[in-house]
Design a protein around this ligand. Structure first.
Ligand SMILES: CC(=O)N[C@H]1[C@@H](OP(=O)(O)OP(=O)(O)OC[C@H]2O[C@@H](n3ccc(=O)[nH]c3=O)[C@H](O)[C@@H]2O)O[C@H](CO)[C@@H](O)[C@@H]1O
Ligand SMILES: C=C(OP(=O)(O)O)C(=O)O
Length: 433
């Protein structure tokens, strides 16, 4: 897979979507699980249903960098990790050239603390969505006995963890990776850890299931109050990653945009939370049959406008806010979107406006005046979901839409163009030389 900025998505609008699409394994579950696999001192971890996305490549590069042996059997969507050699503090470094390319790099810190007593982070990346602190993580590690210092000159974080033990922790807001990271820091720390105001996202529960299979003692997942009893060791196990609810939501919104009827294999309505109700209010019909979610939108019926406020699960997922904004440009009337998680997640508005949308942004609130007839042009993917949303906009726009850099879409959606094309869309992922 190509890594540079030269990858672009080319979309020609006007085709309905029909058929069957497979939902990938969840990016936001596999990344913490790769970090968690490094907690096992013996044996080989086998992760199944791993999405073939750039963030997984980056995560596996980091795992190798710190001393694990890694195999990615892409055709089988299976990763095998042997972390038995991970015991060299000299290698407990997350270098900027890999770590700064994705957010999930911070999820390596607990394993490095437990296995080597050290961790140095030379930069943590992720989508550029405004301020994204990691203070809940570092404060939590410190409360468990780690020494966390910041080298302001080099912009490095150094963690020394010779004597971790259970403690009473809290999160100011129910941070998704914050919860996973504090659980992972606690599982091998002697004594009891209590985490208040923990996240409820389905991926957090999948990570808890994985750690529990490894031998961890965790209770209260999904209640907001998590208790961890430290154990002495964890064993390597096999685990199948849950399906990606954001990928499912993006495909459902693609159907909402173009009209048509699509079966999403692996999608679960329960995992969509409030996004399900918002799409229904806009005119999407859902029917769950076992592990298949049928999504239908009558191309003749107008899309209705929507009000949405992003919030932690089961609220409207912030990662679906961008595709929702693209959809709102097509709705008959005024939509209102309040981004309550991030203070800089509206870069999409200007790009959609370049395509003919009428979106006004004031701080973290946006008003989308629909309906507008979008026109294809060259637009910028400022982050992963902006990229996906612009591809969706391109599916209904007149003429050709070019979305770049494609790398950002490839960070989180596997075979995005091919899966849309299989439903009838005119989308290509092209590598310019
Ligand atoms: C790899 C991964 O799982 N990414 C997801 C995860 O990101 P991530 O786990 O980074 O998101 P958080 O839930 O931690 O962040 C939510 C908010 O809390 C703030 N905050 C967070 C931690 C901290 O120590 N201090 C702090 O102030 C952030 O700046 C942000 O404004 O959840 C987000 C919210 O559902 C999703 O958009 C991301 O796709
Ligand atoms: C914000 C996202 O990811 P990350 O936290 O990895 O930047 C996302 O998945 O939309």
């Amino acid at each position: 897979m190509s890594m540079g900025q030269e990858v672009r998505y080319r979309v020609r609008g006007g085709r309905p979507l029909n058929g069957t699409a497979f939902v990938q394994g969840a990016k936001n579950a596999v990344l913490p699980m790769i970090g968690a696999a490094l907690l096992a001192a013996k044996g080989r971890t086998v992760l199944r249903n791993v999405p073939v996305i750039e963030d997984v490549y980056r995560s596996l590069e980091l795992a190798e960098h710190v001393g694990a042996k890694v195999e990615f059997h892409e055709a089988e969507r299976t990763v095998v990790i042997d972390a038995s050699c991970l015991n060299d503090p000299e290698r407990a470094v997350l270098p900027a050239d890999i770590a700064a390319r994705f957010r999930g790099s911070v999820l390596f810190v607990p394993a490095l603390m437990h296995r080597t007593g050290r961790a140095r982070i030379e930069g943590v990346g992720g989508c550029n969505l405004g301020s994204r602190n990691l203070d809940f993580h570092y404060r939590g590690f410190a409360r468990l006995g780690a020494e966390v210092t910041e080298d302001l000159e080099l912009n490095h974080i150094n963690v020394v963890a010779d004597n971790l033990r259970g403690g009473r922790l809290y999160l100011d807001t129910p941070s998704h990776t914050g919860t996973e990271n504090l659980i992972m820091a606690a599982v091998l720390s002697p004594g009891t850890t209590v985490i208040e105001h923990a996240a409820l996202e389905p991926e957090v529960l999948d990570v808890i299931d994985f750690l529990t299979a490894m031998g961890a003692k965790i209770s209260g997942g999904g209640t907001g109050l998590i208790t961890v009893e430290g154990v002495e060791e964890l064993t390597a196990v096999e685990h199948t990653i849950m399906s990606d609810r954001i990928d499912a939501g993006v495909f459902a919104m693609a159907v909402a945009a173009t009209g048509g009827e699509v079966s999403l294999v692996g999608a679960h309505l329960d995992h969509l939370g409030v996004a399900r109700w918002k799409m229904e209010q806009m005119g999407v019909e859902f029917a769950q049959q076992g592990a298949v979610l049928h999504v239908r939108r009558d191309p003749q019926a107008p899309l209705r406008p929507i009000n949405a406020v992003t919030s932690p699960f089961p609220g409207f997922a912030t990662d679906l806010q961008s595709p929702l904004m693209a959809l709102a440009t097509m709705a008959e009337g005024e939509s209102y979107i309040h981004e309550a998680i991030y203070d800089g997640r509206f870069a999409l508005a200007d790009e959609l406006n370049k395509m003919g949308a009428k979106i006004e942004v004031e701080g973290t609130r946006a008003i989308v005046h629909g309906p507008t007839n979008l026109r294809g042009t060259e637009v910028i993917a400022h982050d992963l979901r902006t990229g996906a949303a612009l591809v969706l906009a391109g599916l209904v726009a007149e003429g050709e839409t070019i979305v770049a850099p494609g790398y950002l879409v490839d960070r989180g959606h596997a075979q995005f163009a091919n899966r849309l094309a299989a439903l009838g869309a005119d989308v290509e992922r092209v590598s310019a030389s």
